[in-house]
Write a protein that binds this ligand. Sequence first.
Ligand SMILES: [Zn+2]
Length: 225
Amino acid sequence: MRDGQSHHPEVAMKVTPSSVLVDEQAKALAFHADVLGFVMKLDLPAGEYPAEHATPSLTTRRWRRSTCASVAVLDVDHHHGNGTQDIFWERADVLVVSLHGTPETEYPYLLGYADERGAGAGEGFTHDFPLPRGTTWAQYSAAFDSALDAVARIVPDALVVSLGVDTYVGDPISAFALEREHFPLMGRSLAQLRLPTVFVLEGGYAVEDLGPNASGVLGGFDAGH
Ligand SMILES: [Zn+2]
């Protein structure tokens, strides 16, 4: 999801108090997790729900306005989080970190280079990790560890994960080569940050694999605590 610039159908995760999983795809993902006393709920499609429940940037802003002095957004969708980056470009209270296909060859092409670092008060609070076509877990995990280090360094009060699983090798529109076994490893590493965390489900177009891969991340996160 790209904050009003939806380039393809996406899946959104909504956080509501004491929600239960109700729809079929949410059941397929079969995940419950307590985060800040909430139960995550997967809702499809995103367009049926108020936008404030469905985007990383609005989730982040809601947290900033309530209990959190600083929030980190970590975007692992294959496509660069250009909208989120733009929104928080000049802010020091929101760290934006994105791993994505290099804009040299991948949508949305214009943004997401490693030298994009934010501006003004926000200088140094944007970190982009562009990766080439065919990126494997060995390459990805090295960048992912650097991304986690960037998050840990600022000691945020909370973490919003833009969880795209279109990094999967079988994804029909993306170009990375992560295997199913790697998604739980991602979740386990995220858990090591020990932060209140919300996952906003983003891309993933290998439809049969979306559920197992997304729940792999969430299961790894759950097991990592
Ligand atoms: Zn995507």
